[in-house]
Design a protein around this ligand. Structure first.
Ligand code: ADP
Length: 507
């Protein structure tokens, strides 16, 4: 504000006012005039003046009376009384009581008049500067406070009147976070309770109740139903404070939805880990028991010196059983190791040109000695030679897993393995006529630890198909199943033959 200060002169004699105007014309303030006390008061009610020059002797309302009315209106502008003659002390006292800061006597000494008014104008300007500065300071403090409050991205800062629960401030983040605009927050009492999830209303209500009962501070987690109907988790802290003599609640409600999700998934991970440990320890122990029995049997015979008397075919058979257990153990340990590599994204493939028909034959040969299925029940339908770029060890691992499952879940019935070339792909199908898989389980069994059988009927860790699918993916291939319960299953592995052109493959 750069307006010039204003000095008000009140006198019923126009020539006096005219004279004052002329005398103060070139000063750094504007002189405005009023012809009566009443008129002067009206001016003062409308604008702030730096000083008042007030003639004492006026008809109707004299200078003292005018001064009293001015003060009665709460206006504290300094007043200089102008009077004709020097009166006694009681006269001056009356003037000071009415609010005078000074007296000037007629005829006026213009230099003294100017000097006195200048001092008052100067004081007025200083005061105005200090006030402007104070307002600016308050504004900048408020702006900073607002910036701080609004700058909390995931939190809603709010205050509510303790007595009635009406929100009287809510940061603008409320709309973004909760979907409810600030006016909704202040429209109803205890809005935080209103928007809380029905199951958490009691938590919020109890917390606010304990604040009202005198607790200085509460802290709780609750769900909020956003304006769009979705659910979110909040952590709310409320403190009681005082504002203009009233108790208020000051709250910070923080969006902790993603934190909660992480917590939930960590909990699930712990459950999966515990499940996994119990499955893994069971599955690793199972092959150990027969192995231990075999070894103890041999030890007993050796102790009695009877080992050499055993017919070679018996020894061979017993060792065969032991070897099968070691093999099983080996495969399970490998699966477990593999799973951590997959989790760490460390599984890679090393593709080279191989004959997939030879690879399938090799996998089948590993099961030749298997007692569950008779030699004539293997039905192989393999193309002569199918050349492709694959990682032979990894693909053998998939085939062994599919054949192993076909035997395990195949009820000892014939198993048919087909290899054919189709549209640039090698397709291996392993078909059994065993227990089959219900439709609702056919996708799930490719996930980690997922099984569709009871562990008491069939041992297993639920990892084979998961690992097989990862390997198929790394080859840009597909592994799928068609099955009907009690009729059997057909697992198909389809691999592009020209893997050389598949990106990201290590060779
Ligand atoms: P595991 O056999 O160790 O349980 P897999 O990942 O190899 O683990 O298989 C997952 C689940 O898929 C099995 O537990 C079983 O329920 C089902 N499954 C797999 N292959 C067959 C099959 N040939 N016949 C019926 N069910 C099968």
């Amino acid at each position: 504000m750069n307006t010039r200060p204003v000095v008000l002169a009140i006198d019923d004699e126009p020539q006096n006012l005219f004279m004052l105007k002329a005398a103060l014309e070139d000063c750094n303030f504007d002189l405005i005039t009023a012809g009566s006390g009443k008129e002067g008061i009206e001016v003062l009610c409308e604008r702030e003046c730096a000083a008042i020059l007030l003639d004492v002797h006026m008809p109707d309302m004299d200078g003292f009376e005018t001064a009293l009315w001015v003060r009665a209106r709460g206006i504290h502008t300094p007043i200089i009384f102008i009077t004709a003659i020097k009166q006694g002390q009681s006269y001056a006292m009356r003037g000071y009581e009415a609010g005078a800061v000074d007296f000037l006597f007629k005829p006026l000494n213009l230099n003294i008049l100017r000097a006195k008014i200048s001092v008052l104008v100067e004081l007025f300007q200083r005061k105005r500067e200090v006030e402007i500065k104070a307002v600016r300071n308050v504004e900048s403090a408020e702006r900073r406070y607002r910036d701080l409050v609004e700058g909390i991205p995931n939190g809603i800062v709010w205050t509510s009147i303790a007595d009635n629960g009406v929100f009287n401030f809510v940061s603008s983040s409320a709309q973004k976070i909760s979907g409810y605009p600030a006016r909704d927050w202040s429209a109803r009492r205890y809005f935080l309770i209103m928007i809380s999830h029905p199951d958490d209303v009691e938590t919020v209500g109890t917390a606010i109740g304990s604040l009202l009962a005198g607790a200085g501070h509460v802290d709780f987690e609750h769900r909020v139903i956003r304006a769009d109907g979705t659910e979110m988790w909040m952590h709310t802290t409320i403190r009681t404070g005082e504002h203009r003599g009233d108790l208020e609640h000051r709250g910070l409600s923080f969006d902790i939805t993603s934190l909660k999700k992480t917590e939930q998934s960590l909990r699930e991970t712990i459950v999966i880990r515990d499940e996994f440990i119990s499955i893994a320890s069971h599955e690793l122990k199972t092959p150990l028991t027969p192995l231990q029995l075999q070894i103890e049997g041999f030890q007993r015979l050796a102790k009695r010196g009877e080992l050499h008397r055993m017919p070679p075919e018996t020894v061979n058979r017993m060792l065969g059983v032991s070897a099968a257990q070691v093999d099983l153990l080996n495969r399970r340990v490998n699966q477990l190791l593999e799973i951590s590599s997959i989790k760490a994204g460390k599984v890679t493939i090393e593709a080279r040109e191989v004959d997939l028909a030879a690879l399938v034959r090799k996998a089948v040969d590993l099961f030749e000695a298997n007692p569950t299925i008779k030699r004539e029940d293997w039905k192989l339908n393999l193309a002569e030679e199918v050349k492709g770029h694959v990682d032979p060890d990894r693909i053998e691992q998939v085939l062994v897993n599919l054949i192993d499952n076909a035997i395990k879940y195949g009820l000892g019935k014939p198993i048919e393995i087909t290899l054919r070339e189709n549209a640039g792909h090698a397709e291996v199908t392993v078909v059994d006529r065993g227990i089959g898989i219900p439709a609702e389980d056919q996708q799930r069994i490719f996930k980690r630890f997922e099984r569709a059988v009871s562990p008491s009927n069939y041992s297993g860790m639920g990892l084979g198909l998961f690992i097989s699918r990862q390997i198929a993916d790394l080859h840009e291939g597909i592994i799928s199943v068609e099955s009907r319960p009690n009729e059997g299953s057909a697992f198909k592995l389809s691999l592009p033959l020209d893997l050389e052109n598949v990106a990201g493959v290590q060779r």
